[in-house]
Ligand binder design. Structure first.
Ligand code: 5GP
Length: 179
């Protein structure tokens, strides 16, 4: 599972990781946040309304779920049933703590920014969230960064190619070779 503050570049790193590691697949999370322009239901997220999200939580369909910056996010059990060599979860700190309990064998990676100022600059320049969302995401970032020592592996995203290499090496060490 891959965790780190919003804006740190998890999405870009994960896309690069999946391109380089055939057989690794991304778990598509469910969320109640509205889609961003260009996002498609079932591809970036399963977009659910809050009532359906609650119902599915009640039916035990989630491995983990959390509220992040005012919206709900969670990993559906069905996403982990894929016949893949490895499944990547991109989840927040609260979700990571839940998965650590329920799936203790999962590799836990934390992606850290070079600095908080760098994170702020990235969140502001990517322009995908309204100012209120950026503020909420920056508010929780110090708590998230303080928790990085809970993770078995920390990758600092100061150089994209270097960070991708670290992730690919990690994935290679986790995945058994094909028969
Ligand atoms: P965004 O709204 O930017 O796509 O995601 C916001 C945060 O929600 C990110 O830090 C991301 O890691 C987290 N997130 C995405 N999917 C899940 C999930 O399934 N469970 C949890 N707990 N967090 C998630």
């Amino acid at each position: 599972m891959i965790t780190g503050p919003s804006g740190v570049g998890k999405g870009t790193l994960i896309r690069a990781l999946l391109e380089r590691c055939p057989g690794l697949e991304l778990s598509v999370s469910a969320t109640t946040r509205p889609p961003r322009p260009g996002e498609k239901d079932g591809r970036e997220y399963h977009f659910l309304d809050p009532r359906e999200f609650d119902e599915r939580v009640g039916q035990g369909e989630f491995v983990e779920h959390a509220v992040y910056a005012g919206h709900r996010y969670g990993t559906l059990r069905s996403e982990l049933d894929r016949p893949a060599r490895g499944i990547v979860l991109e989840i927040d700190l609260q979700g990571a703590r839940q998965v650590r309990k329920s799936l203790p064998a999962a590799t836990q990676v934390f992606i850290a920014p070079p600095s908080l100022a760098d994170l702020r600059a990235r969140l502001e320049s990517r322009g995908s969230d309204p100012p209120e969302q950026i503020a909420r995401r920056l508010e929780v970032a110090p708590t998230e960064l303080a928790a990085q020592e809970e993770f078995s592996c920390v990758v600092v995203n100061d150089d994209l190619d270097g960070a991708v290499r670290e992730l690919v090496d990690l994935a290679a060490s986790m995945c058994a070779p094909d028969d």
